[in-house]
Design a protein around this ligand. Structure first.
Ligand code: MG
Length: 273
């Protein structure tokens, strides 16, 4: 009991002195009372000038420096993950629809750090429940065959309970979304993602983990989340070294009707400082 009282007093003392001492440490330097007098210009930065980018007509449209991965017309930017043959999904009416038998597809291009926009739609007549209802996913880096990589989950999460770190907008089995911003089946939904790739030393050792910020239908769902490795169905995440990787879309094996995608674009970003 005595120990607890002493601890309580100590904690109170720290609380009482903490903010004041912090203020003392961060107090402004001496006032501008003697020369040389600082000028406003001292803290202005004029170069390098950020490049001009023309935004799309609406926020969902690709800006001028985007790589368009799917504009509704063809799958020229994509291949099957399994054999790198032309992507075997279906394009029609400006929309890309999963062909589950064809397996996952991935971009021909490889990326490191980027901003991604993509739109997806669970069919209005979706069936099933849990993970077997409108399951797909976007792998922010595809590091190998099948589902290897880092999956931002796509699922019908409109009144469809499942494990929360596997619902829509989760980083699969690593981070549940901050909120459930799902729209109902039949409605188009969007993801906007900032992917900061993991960094590996020459010997393959991890020097900086992967980070993800994501918005679902414009709502923040992942806020600079640090990943502990690739997203795995079974077992503990781990990292495998890579430098650049394709972006991959999942053909999930559940029997529910397939999802569709549209308006997919990406902007390369410089390495994190
Ligand atoms: Mg999935």
């Amino acid at each position: 009991m005595r120990r607890r009282i002493l601890f309580g007093l100590g904690a109170a003392a720290i609380l009482a002195s903490g903010p004041a001492s912090l203020l003392a440490q961060t107090a402004a330097p001496a006032p501008f009372s003697k020369p040389p007098y600082p000028k406003p210009q001292d803290t202005e930065v004029w170069t390098p000038v950020p490049p001009v980018v023309t935004p799309g007509a609406v926020d969902a449209a690709p800006p001028s420096d985007a790589v368009v991965l799917f504009d509704g017309s063809n799958l020229d930017q994509w291949v099957n993950t399994r054999d790198k043959a032309p992507a075997g999904w279906t394009v029609g009416g400006g929309v890309l629809t999963v062909a589950k038998a064809a397996g996952n597809i991935e971009t021909k291009r490889k990326f490191r750090n980027y901003q991604l926009h993509l739109e997806w739609r669970v069919p209005a007549d979706v069936t099933g429940s849990g993970q077997s209802r409108g399951n797909s996913g976007v792998f922010l880096a595809s590091t190998g065959a099948g589902d290897a990589g880092y999956e931002l989950q796509i699922l019908d999460s409109y009144n469809n309970p499942t494990y929360v770190n596997g619902q829509a907008a989760s980083l699969y089995k690593q981070a549940a979304p901050l909120v459930n911003a799902a729209r109902k089946p039949g409605d188009w939904q969007s993801y906007d993602v900032v992917w900061t790739a993991p960094v590996f030393a020459a010997d393959g050792k991890l020097t900086a983990p992967a980070r993800v910020t994501a918005f679902h239908n414009g709502v923040l769902v992942q806020n600079d989340v640090v990943l502990t490795g690739e997203t795995l169905y079974i077992g503990k995440p781990f990292y495998r070294p890579y430098t650049t990787a394709p972006i991959k879309l999942q053909a999930h094996g559940d029997p529910s009707p397939p999802l569709s995608f549209r308006n997919i674009w990406v902007r390369d970003l410089p390495a994190a400082p």
